[in-house]
Design a protein around this ligand. Structure first.
Ligand SMILES: Cc1cc2nc3c(=O)[nH]c(=O)nc-3n(C[C@H](O)[C@H](O)[C@H](O)COP(=O)(O)OP(=O)(O)OC[C@H]3O[C@@H](n4cnc5c(N)ncnc54)[C@H](O)[C@@H]3O)c2cc1C
Length: 385
């Protein structure tokens, strides 16, 4: 019998890992509870590649996130070569706009100095240059910063490419509708018990079950938790390309004194996805009309012509949150039979290539670079056990 790896969870992380390690094992079995791959958070994601604007990236994993962004072009090229599916990538950067003085002040006094100190590129745009850079924005926009390193893609297309890469690799077996109930490390490896009663055996197991990972490898209460997020898709009548030139973000102050984190991510074929909400502690995946209405109202303040765009759908997904905001990646037990790759919160798409590469290094036993060792210290899954 040859070597076998079991990967639990076929979201972007589990699929990226399985696709990256096929040559290390005679067999890789990827198990998912749902009827197909990529139907949970990775399906709900809006697709911003945000190694700079996400709060997470101003902490100790900054270089890890930047390295993931740098890997993206080659990673997507490899997926295209292995699947025949091109994943369109918008690499014009993120435009973070301010609609009022207090938001402008927050960006200029809190964010820009940190980005500059950390060596990120930031382009300052006054109202006129913002209008020139992104003509559909409201005339009320005061200013913007462009973060050229950021990008965007459509996660569902990315998942299709990963699915096809795995389908073409004879070493990878994807088993859907296979919910894992329990993992048991045994002397020869790991026994994975399914709800059906079947047992799948592997020499090692990677847990990439997103927000549900703590059911399989428990952490202390509050170590991992769900953060529901909602988004919606609109079609821009007559548009056949990217309706916006950038991925646009604005923290919008609403009339009821609340704020909306308004992201507008254009797609290559005339669609725009708008998000997002952050609903901590919620597991329900049904979208709510009132949340969609708030997202659309905020978008109309940033892009007034969006009132004529056609709403084609809304959805919600569950982000895997952690107590300190950092993922859980690395060995879950002393002998490394169970490896975790989860807890990516709002940056799982952004961090997928580097997470897969890091898990590959762990599973291969190759020497870690200094950067990898530092990142693993921060992401050590045992910190919440
Ligand atoms: C609205 C929204 C917008 C987002 N936007 C962005 C963005 O712009 N950029 C970005 O980088 N990230 C974004 N994210 C975050 C991103 O979606 C997640 O970080 C990422 O998808 C997590 O991937 P994952 O593979 O860990 O989890 P998931 O995609 O949730 O996959 C986990 C899989 O494990 C399976 N599973 C769970 N339990 C079991 C079990 N017991 N047995 C078998 N299978 C099991 C599930 O069925 C699921 O398929 C967004 C998330 C949301 C909700």
């Amino acid at each position: 019998m040859g070597s076998a790896l079991v990967v639990v969870g076929a979201g972007v992380i589990g699929c990226a890992v399985a696709a990256a390690v096929g040559d290390l094992f005679d067999k890789v079995v990827l198990l998912d509870a749902r009827p197909d791959t990529g139907l949970a958070a990775s399906w709900a994601a809006i697709g911003g590649i945000t190694p700079q604007s996400d709060d997470f990236c101003r902490g100790p994993l900054r270089q890890f996130a930047e390295a993931s962004r740098r890997m993206y072009p080659q990673w997507l090229a490899g997926l295209e070569a292995g699947s025949g599916i091109a994943v369109p990538f918008l690499d014009s950067g993120l435009l973070q706009v301010a609609l009022d003085r207090s938001e402008e002040q927050r960006v200029q006094e809190q964010l820009v100095p940190q980005w500059v100190e950390q060596g990120f590129q930031v382009e300052q745009l006054d109202a006129g240059s913002t209008a020139h850079a992104e003509p559909l924005l409201s005339a009320a926009v005061l200013s913007a910063v462009r973060l050229p390193s950021e990008g965007a893609l459509e996660p569902r297309v990315l998942m299709s490419a990963l699915r096809e890469v795995m389908r073409r690799d004879p070493r990878i077996e994807v088993v859907s509708s296979a919910r894992v109930r329990r993992l048991t490390p045994v002397s020869q490896g790991v026994e994975v018990l399914l709800d059906s009663g079947d047992v799948v055996r592997g020499d090692r197991c990677v847990v990439a079950a997103g927000a549900w990972s703590s059911e399989l490898v428990p952490t202390r209460p509050g170590g991992q938790f769900p953060v529901r997020g909602q988004a919606a898709e609109l079609v821009v009548p007559g548009s056949t390309g990217y309706p916006l030139r950038h991925h646009v973000y604005c923290k919008v102050a609403m009339d009821d004194d609340t704020t909306v984190s308004s992201y507008a991510v254009p797609r290559h074929d005339g669609r725009v996805v708008v998000g997002v909400t952050y609903d901590q502690g919620r597991w329900d995946e049904e979208p709510e009309d009132h949340a969609t209405e708030r997202l659309l109202a905020a978008l109309r303040m940033v892009v007034p012509s969006s009132r004529d765009w056609r709403l084609t759908g809304s959805w919600a997904g569950i982000r895997p949150g952690t107590a300190d905001g950092y993922p859980l990646v690395g060995n879950a037990d002393a002998d490394g039979k169970v490896v975790m790759a989860t807890g990516h919160f709002g940056v799982g798409i952004t961090l997928a290539p580097i997470t897969a590469a890091l898990v590959r290094t762990i599973l291969s036993g190759a020497e870690l670079t200094d950067g990898q060792a530092d990142a693993l210290c921060v992401m050590d899954p045992r910190r919440f056990q």
